[in-house]
Design a protein around this ligand. Structure first.
Ligand SMILES: [Zn+2]
Length: 88
């Protein structure tokens, strides 16, 4: 559930994208361009249910497949699937 306004400061929420920082296996992971609702005033980020579910799946994969142990540039980490094949 995305509230119409920020639950902290009652500021207006705007659709946008954010970087999600997480930890898996002791490594920091950055997921770029995560769709989110961001408070105009305090910057608090809200995720939709489907996005948080994606995040959970991603984190699960990151933990189980040791994704984080690979030297993957952070911009190649995609919320919507596996690491894309190398472009030629
Ligand atoms: Zn706020």
């Amino acid at each position: 559930m995305i509230p119409g306004q920020c639950s902290l400061c009652y500021g207006k929420l705007q659709e946008g994208k954010t970087d999600f920082l997480a930890q898996a296996g002791g490594e920091a992971i950055v997921i770029k361009d995560v769709p989110a609702h961001i408070c105009e005033q305090c910057g608090k980020t809200y995720y939709t249910v489907s996005i948080s579910r994606k995040m959970d799946e991603f984190m699960y994969e990151a933990q189980t497949k040791k994704l984080c142990m690979q030297p993957v540039p952070e911009e190649e980490v995609s919320l919507y699937g596996q690491i894309p094949a190398k472009k030629k």
